[in-house]
Design a protein around this ligand. Structure first.
Ligand code: ATP
Ligand code: RIB
Length: 312
């Protein structure tokens, strides 16, 4: 049997404040938007992915940064509880932990407002230190940190022959040439539009958008995350839709993070791509039925149980 996968996540830590709203875009009263309820949740793309990878069975190291403040302490506790190694997480005195305000509509759409704080100080040297300390099966990163760290992480990893997945959130139009040859680029719908200018509405537009990202990156795989539509995998020759699970969603925060982390773990386990996507789809389906970022990530056993119930 293969050993437990060891993965490195390079990315953000945020304390999320999620406002849950009525259908549509919030009820406007005297110039303010009125929502139904609010909750504080441990989130951030890097920490959601790290916790998801750990809950789904990997040995996980996180490269990140946070402030020496209440939010930072709460995030550290949560990540430790999830058995994420924090040796490469910097605690900074002169800035604050990342904060994200999320306005979650009942139709599943949301707007995020982000103050990066310490996430702006996630540096390539921290990645180098982590990679010098031990070997990793795979690396995953996102765009909620300095762009130079994104590029350098890929370059350092490529020299060492470690496959890298870029979860391309949040939505940004960035040059992709320095990521040429990366293992996988995985944006959601808004991120795909920011990268390509193409709005994905069906299989044809998914193909065109994925092809455009592939032409720029020559990635082994482009995997679009398309919310309730599911996902679309393109390998440079052909593409295919993988439908989402039918679930009563309540909060899509962290769905993409859970999806990509679950996919990575199954690939590290040696699983075939289509089976890994199926597993990731089921894990993300459980995630959207719960509130919050880390709090909504399922355990391995839950995903395995649900896999048995889902049609193939
Ligand atoms: P986040 O940035 O909050 O982590 P995301 O926008 O990157 O999320 P999505 O595209 O919304 O990610 O979703 C990722 C995956 O989660 C989808 O490919 C799908 O499998 C699952 N998913 C998302 N929304 C739904 C839904 N409404 N019903 C069922 N599954 C869903
Ligand atoms: O991917 C979801 C995450 O994006 C949220 O937890 C929020 O912190 C934003 O960074």
């Amino acid at each position: 049997m293969k050993e437990q996968p060891k993965v490195l996540i390079v990315g953000s830590i945020n304390m999320d404040m999620i406002f849950y709203g009525p259908h549509g875009s919030g009820m406007k009263l005297n110039g303010s938007l009125v929502f139904d309820s609010v909750g504080y949740y441990c989130g951030g793309k890097g920490s959601n992915q790290a916790a998801a990878a750990a809950r789904l069975g990997a040995d996980v190291y996180l490269v990140s940064a946070l402030g020496n403040d209440t939010e930072g302490k709460r995030m550290m506790d949560e990540l430790e509880k999830n058995k994420v190694h924090l040796d490469f997480v910097s605690v900074l005195d002169d800035t604050h932990t990342g904060i994200c305000g999320i306005y979650m509509m009942k139709d599943g759409s949301y707007v995020g407002t982000n103050v990066w704080g310490a996430n702006d100080r996630i540096m390539p040297e921290m990645v180098e230190q982590a990679l010098d300390s031990q070997s990793f099966d795979m690396i995953m990163m996102q765009l909620e940190m300095p762009l130079e760290t994104v590029y350098r992480t890929y370059e350092i990893a490529a020299k060492r022959g470690i496959p890298v997945i870029l979860d391309a959130g949040p939505a940004k139009s960035i040059p992709l040439e320095r990521l040429r040859g990366i293992f996988m680029v995985s944006p959601n719908e808004a991120e795909t539009e920011a990268l390509t200018g193409i709005t994905v509405t069906d299989e044809k537009t998914a193909f065109l958008a994925a092809q455009s990202i592939w032409q720029e990156t020559q990635a082994q795989y482009v995997l679009l995350k398309l919310g309730g539509m599911g996902s679309y995998l393109y390998d440079g020759r052909e593409g295919r839709i993988y439908p989402a699970c039918k679930v009563d969603f309540i909060d899509t925060t962290g769905a993409g993070d859970t999806f990509t982390a679950a996919l990575m773990i199954r690939l590290c386990d040696g699983e075939k791509m289509e089976n890994a996507i199926r597993y990731a789809t089921v894990a993300a389906g459980i995630c959207v039925s719960r509130k919050g970022g880390i709090s909504s990530v399922p355990e391995k056993e839950e995903v395995e149980l649900q896999m048995k119930k889902e049609p193939a």
